[in-house]
Design a protein around this ligand. Sequence first.
Ligand code: ATP
Ligand code: MG
Length: 389
Amino acid sequence: MKEIILVKNGELTLKGLNRFTFEDALVTNIKRHLKAFGDIKIQKAQSTMYIEPLSEDFPFEDALERVGTIFGIAAYSRCCVVEKDFDKILETAPIYLAETMKSIKTFKVEAKRSDKQFPLKSPEICREVGGKLLQSFPHLRVDVHNPDEVITVEIRDYAAYIRAGQLHGAGGLPVGTAGKSAILISGGIDSPVAAWTMAKRGLSLDAIHFASPPYTSPRAEMKVRTLLSKVARYCGTIKLGIVPFTEIQQEIGEKCPEEYFTLIMRRMMMRIAERLARKQNCLALITGESLGQVASQTLPAISVTDSVCNMPVFRPLIGMDKEEIISISRKIDTFETSILPFEDCCTVFTPKHPKTRPTEEQCALAESALDIEALVEMAVNGTEFSFIN
Ligand code: ATP
Ligand code: MG
């Protein structure tokens, strides 16, 4: 019995003439995600993709789990392929669905007939297949309102497909179709969620992390790598740049008024990140800021960190509560890593009374003793790159 994974494309079906570019990107991404599971063939038709394994021992369950991480997919299911002959469909359904049917009490059948030449109409298909299943599994009952399982028979161009249930896809747009941006990644809860949220809109990602050894430990850096590898399950390989930040923080500590430490540090981060991002053809920065969460995320504070940067800064979590952010971090499996207690460079040199209503003029004055250009240059030149899969 031939089985495939049937994929329903998400939002990209709305893309008009551009649709093909988006579909091609999705095909490429599916191949990349499933490469480790063996050879596959992918066919496109009618807002759908058919993923056909070419090996006998294809690990369907592992592959299905992975398909759930691919952006651009609205829904997906494992199903069996049958010739478009109604007797064959009736004969195959109870055999293919046996295990599922034995484990449930109620079901309903839905039919989708995109091949309008097929001799039976959808209600007839439902009635006949439903009858056959009831006959084969006498313990079952039909419940059209609240069934334990929905059985679907789809009659499409080249074949018929039988399946039990359907899984929700990751949604969004295929990674890469929106270009590339750089996520400022800390070891916290927020930035990995911000990264995932923007990858979902089709961005591929580079990452930038500011490290301040010996104030921050190698374990903090490992934590960032682990978080990125979890995000990379969704968006593919991420190029990570680790910026040496110790000297800059020390200079800020020596030369600037204490209540501005965090703000000036964040302004330096944005300047350095922008320079690195441009070098790597990223068109925007992404941060995990959320309005009002901490002193450096009040509106005046965000305003003075934004003003030093001349590229778009995406802050996808800006309007989210911590609870909402945590629920996404649990879903994408970054939460447990994020709460490991390793210090971030932001927690070094934290002012006792941070300025919460800074103005641009005050910040410019507070950082006037720094040779900003030289510090940015030094940080950019000292950045070390590696790839996270
Ligand atoms: P997170 O949970 O992402 O660490 P946070 O609530 O701790 O965020 P901040 O420490 O103020 O907030 O950082 C705000 C944003 O600045 C982070 O979401 C991240 O995008 C960026 N950021 C903070 N620290 C670093 C760092 N060491 N390297 C790179 N980016 C950082
Ligand atoms: Mg943080």
